[in-house]
Write a protein that binds this ligand. Sequence first.
Ligand code: PBG
Length: 340
Amino acid sequence: MSLVPGTVRPRRLRSTPALRRLVSEVRLHPTELILPMFVKEGLNEPLPLGGMPGVVQHTLDSLLEAAREALAAGVGGLMLFGIPEHKDEIGSQADDPDGILNRALSLLADEFGEDTVIMADLCLDEFTSHGHCGVLDSTGAVDNDATLERYASMAVAQARAGAHVLGLSGMMDGQVAYCREALDAAGFTDTVIMGYTAKYASAFYGPFREAVDSELKGDRKTYQQDPANGREAMRELGLDLAEGADVVMVKPGLPYLDVLAEVARESIVPVWTYQVSGEYAMIEFAAAAGAIDREKAIEESLIAFKRAGSDAILTYWATEVAQRLQVEAAGHMSDRDARG
Ligand code: PBG
């Protein structure tokens, strides 16, 4: 008599690499990886980030070079963050056509046109002296509606510079509708809006603060969501869809897979995930300490997003993983050729 009850042996489908490949429910593809990139005004050389080994603040030249490399690997899109030399209370550089982010967008748009998808972070924290994602009122609180005016102006400037997708990451109420209206009024009806639908006030953004030279004091808890709240994500989803978001996002990634799965089940538009700076740092530093296998941990984390229902993933490893996927795809074919 069999020791396994009945004849059900799940291990059967795990028995060879080819079978495992065949029955895997999700797989990664370079096209659904989006590379976030930082470009800083006034740099002569790319500047490595201590909190994110392997990631740099780019000059315009190194940005272009890294973008070429990413696209050659088949990466699906580029998400740009700009760091201006001069920050002020209202983030004036954000909607200035000569501001670093808008110049970088124009550069990439001229170079690549419609060959890739160029995305811009639409938020003020990279541009304000106080580091908040919006402008402040006289009491020092983030003023939602005054911020919407700034976002609308940024949206038009970014669209004009050539961005195809705007990533509205500021978590102001009404930001999707407000920017949509401004874009349409300026004739940019085809500019895509990606709403950061569920964006949590997270400690996992830690290394990003260094990446954008943020001088934030305090926190973002009056506008980003409380990590304790899942239901709220569904409310935000309903609003973003009603306001006309073309894509929605859940962020951070791994600590919020439950939220991602639920948003993915309910959304009628594509759902993306942002594997944020702290998630990147955790794997890099754990691997550097010899605690985990770097490449396997990276792949497993990305697969988890796909399994939870994400259609595309923003990850600082986009180029590296896309390159590996290209090599693997070629490898399966040549194994077969070698066997003749
Ligand atoms: C806001 C923004 C942040 C990130 C992306 N867009 C920072 C924040 O909200 O505090 C974080 C990304 C990361 O940590 O990798 N402009």
